[in-house]
Ligand binder design. Structure first.
Ligand SMILES: Nc1c(O)cccc1[N+](=O)[O-]
Length: 241
């Protein structure tokens, strides 16, 4: 998979050289390129924004500058992602779908956002365009969201995560449940004991306890996920036993 990220703060994406994503890039499992939007400007001030039509506070990112940047990156196999608070919610299911794609291009907006004609223009040209939100809060730009998108997608690529089984058991994994609580040594700490069942060596009881914990935690903390549970997934996740 190739991922191109366009930003006026390319240095913000430096963390993608570290850890799991960094290793995936070094090993060739993932090809990530970060581009400075200002390289697509033609004026000596490298202007990327202007005042909003219709008035209002802040500045809007110019479509002509984004057009130059994106024309040089997008192709038939590309999927343009635009992180925005007004996008559809990015979930694990979104990450799974994106992980099957050949080429992602992430356009990181700043200020009040990117001129709406950019998304419209590329949709009209037959490019897949998704405006995605990582949450209902206000950020200063799309770069933080780009880091989230890339990590969530990259770790699903074959060979990136050491133990693929861990992807199944994680929160929001196959069954759409929250993960069960985890414990390790020492068995007793600060007057608190790790659950006896986990030290029993009885795999069947451990598995049942973990399933129950996942269901209980999900019902308590994220009842919305319970409503969305797909019984078929429950079966696949072997939670129905
Ligand atoms: N929430 C937000 C924002 O405020 C600015 C850019 C992107 C996002 N987002 O992806 O959620």
């Amino acid at each position: 998979m190739r991922i191109d990220i366009v930003s006026i703060f390319p240095e913000y994406l430096a963390p993608l050289e570290l850890s799991l994503v960094g290793k995936a890039r070094t090993s060739g499992l993932l090809d990530v390129h970060v581009h400075d939007l200002r390289d697509s400007t033609t004026d000596r001030h490298h202007t990327v924004d202007d005042t909003p039509f219709g008035g209002g506070a802040g500045m809007v990112m110019r479509p002509d500058v984004w057009g130059v940047a994106l024309d040089g990156l997008l192709g038939e196999a590309s999927h343009l992602l635009i992180p925005t608070p007004s996008g559809t919610t990015f979930t694990q299911r979104t990450a799974e779908a994106l992980a099957t794609q050949e080429h992602l291009v992430i356009a990181c907006g700043r200020y009040e956002g990117i001129d709406a004609r950019v998304a419209e223009h590329y949709r009209e040209r037959g490019i897949r365009v998704s405006e995605v939100s990582i949450g209902d809060y206000v950020l200063n730009g799309g770069e933080v969201a780009a880091l989230v998108l890339v990590e969530a997608v990259a770790r699903l690529l074959p060979g990136v995560v050491g133990n693929p089984q861990s992807l199944v058991e994680e929160s929001h994994g196959l069954a759409g449940l929250l993960e069960y609580p985890v414990y390790t040594k020492p068995p007793s700490w600060a007057g608190l004991e790790a659950p006896d069942v986990l030290l029993s060596g009885h795999h069947g009881r451990v598995e049942r306890w973990r399933r129950d914990q996942a269901l209980t935690r999900t019902a308590e903390l994220r009842p919305d996920l319970i409503a969305a549970l797909d019984v078929a997934m429950l079966d696949r996740a072997d939670l129905a036993r």
